[in-house]
Ligand binder design. Structure first.
Ligand code: SF4
Length: 181
């Protein structure tokens, strides 16, 4: 079988889903024998490459940087997995949605000034903090998704079940043809 090109990405999340991925333990060795990891926050690759077979996307879409990366991932990826509850439902990341859609100024004021232990100050230079979207959104509301992998975080056996299924049926199959479980 051809080696699959796989990636993982981190949007608005806590990295716990990636920690669960690392909990795959010895299965990571099996995985390394069958795939090439071409992009991930746990490796030093700056640009998301073309021709990726599978990407696990952790986290909700919170800011313009998240959205730009997600759209690039979708354009360059065959099978996109919404990875974890923040990606699927927004989860804790969306607590600020309770404040309404005009909340971004309030959020930044709370984070950088009111809750600061020292040097309360909003970042002054453009580009230091990504521009927040009016509302935190789940991944599938912004781009099409092939699979949902729920959990906070998804347990390692569940991640393994999905990856095993894809490895056993890809690369000829499309996402829609894959069977999970
Ligand atoms: S789903 Fe849970 S573990 Fe994953 S990024 Fe969100 S809060 Fe963290």
């Amino acid at each position: 079988m051809d080696r699959l090109k796989i990636a993982t990405a981190w949007l608005g999340g806590c990295s716990g889903c990636h920690m669960s991925f690392l909990d795959l333990d010895e299965f990571l060795i099996d995985l390394a024998a069958r795939v090439d990891v071409v992009y991930s926050p746990i490796m030093d690759v700056k640009e998301y490459p073309d021709g990726v077979d599978l990407c696990l996307v952790e986290g909700a879409v919170c800011n313009e940087d998240n959205l730009e990366l997600l759209q690039k991932i979708r354009a360059r990826t065959r099978i996109l997995v919404s990875f974890g509850d923040c990606a699927i439902t927004c989860n804790v990341t969306s607590l600020r949605n309770l404040l309404g859609e005009k909340n971004t100024d309030q959020i930044l004021q709370r984070a950088y000034v009111e809750a600061a232990d020292a040097n309360p100050m909003r970042p002054a230079l453009a580009g230091i903090v990504p521009v927040l979207l009016p509302k935190v959104r789940p991944v599938h509301e912004m781009v099409p998704v092939e699979y949902f992998l729920p959990g906070c975080p998804p347990p390692a056996p569940r991640i393994k079940a999905l990856l095993t299924n894809i490895l056993d049926h890809a690369p000829a199959l499309t996402g829609a043809q894959l069977k999970f479980g």
